[in-house]
Design a protein around this ligand. Structure first.
Ligand SMILES: Cc1cc2nc3c(=O)[nH]c(=O)nc-3n(C[C@H](O)[C@H](O)[C@H](O)COP(=O)(O)OP(=O)(O)OC[C@H]3O[C@@H](n4cnc5c(N)ncnc54)[C@H](O)[C@@H]3O)c2cc1C
Length: 408
């Protein structure tokens, strides 16, 4: 490995080239650091399917140089509905946020691989070091040395743990994550657009204990749809073998247009099963010369539709807190890490815990409770109020605080 561009006091090693690690790298390079991402696989690859990204995330990506123009994603109004199609809540757009960020709407649907490839394209050659599986580190207070399964150790001034839900870095820094299966699985699928559906709206739709949902998205500028099913699952049970049959049965209880998506999906390459794990929230994400981000410290239930977004934001906030200062001085690192934690930990934990609570309320409520829940959600504005207060309010406030990303 060349020692060029690996200057003492500016060396940042990142474990994991997922969206969080790549975002941190792009932001840190912009701040003048020398960055290397050590990735365990031969090539960084995002998980399958599409994601919803919110406009502050798009503003961060735009700051890195990603073209977030009309071909980047599909602007989506997100509605919550019951399985008969009745609208229970609508995530409104905030005009102040739209004007400040210069991006319309709030959610954009985009194929993960498309968004991720655009981020990877911006990384200078040689930043990603593939086939390097991090197994631990030594932090002696002056430097931090990464240890790998099959390669020589590497010394750096700072380590970013962005190695996902089963993070080795986070486990060493903060102990056993105590991961638990939340009793849910997601079937994520996508298909091409076939015309005829309103492409301005996505819907998160609930029956008694199953969710089936969809939103419009773009993949490489082409129109498509993401659709998914969330259902109860037991870790010990084998998953269904005939995925298409299983999902057709599940979706048969839902109003149009949901069943249509299945007719346009290739189940051998466009549908993915995802068992959902979570962990108790952490109060610290940094230790010594190590900072963690993304799923390494806060795996998210799909109810937030914000895990990739939050991992990208974390990388940006971490670099902003460091602000280009020398990493040779431990007190500079300490104050930057304190700022990073102040700006991110409570905000993210709130979103993760709210998402977990929604998942539990929609899928694990006992029969009389689920009956009352549906009655209340169908006939009052309670769900709208919960989403506005617990999901949108602080995300909008955070967006307005990112003044350096504003267009006016
Ligand atoms: C069903 C489902 C739906 C979702 N939908 C959305 C959505 O709509 N919007 C959204 O924003 N988010 C969504 N998410 C969440 C999102 O996918 C994750 O939160 C996001 O991928 C986290 O990014 P990350 O970079 O922290 O971790 P990861 O994406 O897990 O990346 C970690 C990287 O580290 C590498 N790695 C792992 N171990 C090591 C090691 N020891 N050494 C070196 N490298 C290592 C891995 O190979 C990988 O490249 C969803 C998640 C689920 C489960």
């Amino acid at each position: 490995m060349s020692e060029q561009n690996w200057r003492h006091g500016r060396r940042v090693a990142i474990a994991g080239a997922g969206p969080g690690g790549v975002s941190a790298a792009l932001a840190l390079i912009k701040q003048g650091y020398d960055v290397r991402i050590f990735e365990k696989t031969p090539e960084p690859k995002p998980l399958g399917g599409a994601v919803l990204l919110s406009t502050p995330v798009l503003a961060v990506l735009r700051h890195y140089g990603v073209d977030v123009g009309p071909s980047f994603g599909s602007k989506t109004l997100v509605e919550f509905r019951n399985n008969r199609g009745k609208v229970r809540a609508r995530l409104p757009f905030n005009e102040g946020v739209e004007a400040a960020l210069g991006i319309e709407g709030w959610h954009y649907g985009v194929l993960r691989s498309t968004a991720f490839a655009k981020m990877l394209d911006l990384l200078p050659e040689g930043v990603v070091v593939p086939n390097h599986s991090v197994i631990g580190y030594d932090d002696n207070g002056e430097t931090v040395t990464l240890k790998f399964a099959n390669s020589e150790p590497v010394e750096a001034d700072m380590l970013v743990g962005a190695d996902g839900i089963r993070s080795k870095v986070s486990a060493q820094a903060f102990g056993d994550p105590e991961l638990f299966h939340v009793g849910l699985r997601v079937w994520l699928a996508w298909c091409e657009d076939w015309g005829g559906l309103d492409r301005s709206i996505g819907a998160i739709t609930h029956a008694k204990d199953v969710q089936a949902s969809f939103f419009p998205m773009l993949h490489d500028g082409e129109p498509g749809w993401e659709w998914w099913v969330v259902e109860k699952s037991n870790e010990a049970d084998a998953p269904p073998t005939d995925v298409e049959k299983h999902l057709r049965e599940r979706v048969s209880h839902f109003a149009d247009p949901l069943p249509q998506f299945l007719d346009h999906t290739d189940f051998s390459s466009q549908a993915f099963r995802w068992e959902i794990y979570n962990r108790p929230s952490l109060t610290r994400w940094t230790s010594g010369r190590v900072a963690c981000l993304g799923d390494a410290v806060h795996p998210v239930s799909p109810y937030a539709a914000y895990g990739m977004g939050m991992a990208i934001e974390d990388g940006y906030f971490l670099a902003r807190a460091l602000g280009g200062r020398s990493l040779a001085d431990p007190s500079q690192i300490e104050s930057a890490f304190a700022r990073y934690e102040r700006e991110r930990v409570a905000y993210v934990n709130h979103h993760v815990e709210f998402a977990r609570k929604l998942g539990s309320q929609f899928h694990h409520a006992a029969r009389p409770v689920s009956f009352v829940r549906d009655l209340v959600f169908d006939n009052t504005k309670l769900l709208q109020k919960l989403l506005t207060k617990d999901y949108l309010a602080d995300a909008e406030a955070m967006s307005l605080s990112l003044e350096e990303l504003h267009v006016r």
